[in-house]
Design a protein around this ligand. Structure first.
Ligand code: ADP
Length: 388
C-alpha cells in the first residue's frame, strides 16, 4: 500500500466570531489516490480544503503533509504550496495576470526559476491542459471551462504532488465538466494525487477511489464510493442522494434478481449486469475491435491514410491532446467522455471503434479492456494503430 501523503488528526476550525466550520476531523489520503469530499453547501468542504496548503490554520489538531506536521512560517508555506496545488472554485479568485502566459508563469517566477525554465514549464502546463496557443490571450475573455484550465495550468507549472480542487465543475456546463474530469483523470494517470470537493454525487461516484461524506463540519462516512453512497438513510442525512446507478442496482436486488457483488459504476457495467441478470450474457456474435492510436507518435498523414481505409468506425478522443488533434485534423469524433466504456459497449454489439489518445493513456485502454474482458469472459480485440 502506498505512502500517506496527507493526514488530518482531529482538526477543528472556527471562523472568527462565527461558526464551528470543522468539528474534529481525522482522515488520511495515500499517494496516487483520488478522493472526493462530498457534502451539501455549508458542510465545511472549502474550509477543510483551505487547510491542506496552509491557507487556513486549524484552531486545534494537526495536519501532516508527507508525514511532517505543517509549519506556518513563510518559507515552510512557500514550499508546501509548491507541493500542494490549490485550484479555487471561482477561477477569478486565482487568475490575476493580464495574459494567460503571465498568469501561468506567476508561480514559477516566484520560485525563482530562470527565464528559459519558466518558458518551458508554462509551455508544458498549457499543453497538458489543452491550451497551447492561448499564451497571449487575456484570461477574462475566456470561457468558464478555459479559465478553469488556466487555473489548473498555473498550479501544474509548480509540478505539485497533490492537487486540491474546490468544486472543480461548479460553474461549468456539462461538456466543460466532462472535459475537466477527463483532465483530472489524465493528471491522475500522470501520477498526481487528487482531492476534490463536490456536492455532485453523480460526479464523485464513478470518479473517486474513496468518498468522504461531510456534514456540519464532521465526517459522516468514509469508504469506497459504492459503500459510502450505498446507505440511503445516511446519504439523506447528509442532504445528498444515492447515485442513480447504485439506486437501480439496489432496486434490481430488491426484486430478487441474481446480481454480481460488484456494484455498477458506469452505464457499461449496468448494461452488462442487466444482460447477465436476464441470462442474455452468453454472446453469440463476434465482438468489434477497439483500435487505439497514440496521436503523439502517429502523424496526420498516417492517421488520415488509416482512417480513409475504414468506414463506419466509432471514434472517441480521450484526453486533451487527442481532442486537440481531432479538432485540428477535422476528424468527426463521436465520444469525448467515458470513451473506453462507450467503445466497449460498441464492441459488444459487434461494432469497431478507434480511440485517439496519447502517452500513458494508450496502456490504460489496453488494461481497462483486458480487465473487462476477463471479468465478463468476453475477449475483445485491441489493436494499436501505428504510423510515422
Ligand atoms: P462548503 O464548502 O461545504 O459549502 P464552507 O467550508 O464554505 O462549506 O462553510 C462551512 C461553514 O463555515 C458554513 O456554515 C459557512 O457559513 C461558514 N463560513 C465559511 N466561510 C466563512 C467565513 N469567511 N466567515 C465566517 N463563516 C464562514
Amino acid at each position: 500500500m502506498s505512502r500517506i501523503i496527507l493526514e488530518a488528526r482531529d482538526v477543528r476550525y472556527r471562523y472568527p466570531g462565527g461558526v464551528h466550520a470543522i468539528r474534529g476531523i481525522s482522515f488520511h489520503v495515500r499517494r496516487g489516490e483520488k478522493v472526493a469530499l462530498v457534502g451539501p453547501n455549508g458542510a465545511g468542504k472549502s474550509t477543510l480544503l483551505l487547510m491542506f496548503n496552509g491557507m487556513l490554520r486549524p484552531d486545534a489538531g494537526t495536519l501532516l503533509f508527507d508525514n511532517q506536521p505543517l509549519r506556518y512560517d513563510a518559507a515552510s508555506l512557500r514550499e508546501l504550496r509548491r507541493r500542494v496545488g490549490f485550484v479555487f472554485q471561482h477561477p477569478d479568485r486565482q487568475i490575476i495576470a493580464p495574459t494567460v502566459y503571465q498568469d501561468v508563469a506567476f508561480g514559477p517566477v516566484n520560485l525563482g526559476f530562470g527565464t528559459d525554465r519558466v518558458r518551458q514549464v508554462v509551455r508544458d502546463a498549457l499543453r497538458n491542459v489543452g491550451l497551447a496557443g492561448f499564451e497571449r490571450r487575456p484570461p477574462h475573455q475566456l470561457s468558464a471551462g478555459e479559465k478553469k484550465r488556466v487555473a489548473i495550468a498555473g498550479v501544474l507549472a509548480m509540478d505539485p504532488d497533490l492537487l486540491v480542487l474546490d468544486e472543480p465543475t461548479s460553474s461549468l456546463d456539462p461538456a466543460g465538466s466532462e472535459d475537466t474530469m477527463e483532465l483530472l483523470e489524465e493528471l491522475h494517470q500522470a501520477g498526481k494525487t487528487i482531492i476534490i470537493s463536490t456536492h455532485d454525487v453523480e460526479l464523485a461516484y464513478p470518479w473517486a477511489d474513496r468518498a468522504i461524506l461531510l456534514r456540519q463540519g464532521e465526517i459522516l462516512q468514509e469508504d469506497i464510493p459504492e459503500v459510502a453512497f450505498g446507505d440511503p438513510d445516511l446519504v439523506r442525512r447528509a442532504r445528498l442522494s444515492v447515485p442513480v446507478l447504485l439506486e437501480l442496482y439496489q432496486e434490481l436486488a430488491r426484486r430478487g434478481l441474481p446480481l454480481p457483488e460488484k456494484r455498477p459504476k458506469t452505464a457499461l457495467d449496468m448494461i452488462h449486469l442487466i444482460d447477465q441478470a436476464f441470462s442474455r450474457g452468453a454472446r453469440t456474435g463476434t465482438c468489434g475491435t477497439i483500435h487505439v492510436c497514440d496521436v503523439d507518435s502517429t502523424g496526420p498523414e498516417a492517421l488520415s491514410r488509416w482512417l480513409s481505409s475504414r468506414d463506419g468506425l466509432w471514434i472517441g478522443a480521450m484526453g486533451t491532446r487527442a481532442k486537440q488533434r481531432a479538432a485540428e485534423e477535422q476528424i468527426a469524433v463521436d465520444f469525448t467522455y467515458g470513451v473506453i466504456d462507450k467503445c466497449l459497449l460498441r464492441a459488444l454489439g459487434g461494432e469497431s471503434s478507434l480511440i485517439l489518445t496519447a502517452g500513458g493513456m494508450v496502456q490504460r485502454v489496453e488494461v481497462r479492456v483486458s480487465a473487462f474482458a476477463e471479468e465478463w469472459g468476453t475477449p475483445i480485440p485491441v489493436e494499436e494503430v501505428k504510423g510515422p
